[in-house]
Design a protein. Structure first.
Length: 92
């Protein structure tokens, strides 16, 4: 998990910024870290970002922050956790 957190990228870094229109925004971060898509995971608080990542290839983890369910219109996250503490427990 430390390697994952050390490779955070902001929304202005990749050449594509609209996940629904450009799944390459997610692939960009994976390619920069030289990680195979099937070993990458996006962690986000917005379920639409998780949906975009899942459609692009990486796994997606949703930090629920109190939300009860992921909207039905979006791809289910690979993992869902209340916060980073719970996610760390799930990944250990």
């Amino acid at each position: 998990m430390a390697a994952t957190l050390s490779s955070r990228r902001g929304a202005t870094t990749p050449p594509h910024h609209r996940p629904s229109a450009h799944p390459n925004a997610y692939r960009y971060a994976v390619e920069r870290r030289a990680v195979p898509l099937d070993q990458a995971m996006l962690v986000a608080v917005h379920p639409w970002d998780v949906d975009g990542a899942r459609r692009a290839g990486p796994a997606g983890t949703w930090l629920r922050r109190g939300a009860p369910v992921c909207p039905e219109s979006l791809t289910e996250p690979a993992l869902a956790a209340e916060d980073l503490t719970e996610l760390a427990r799930l990944l250990s």
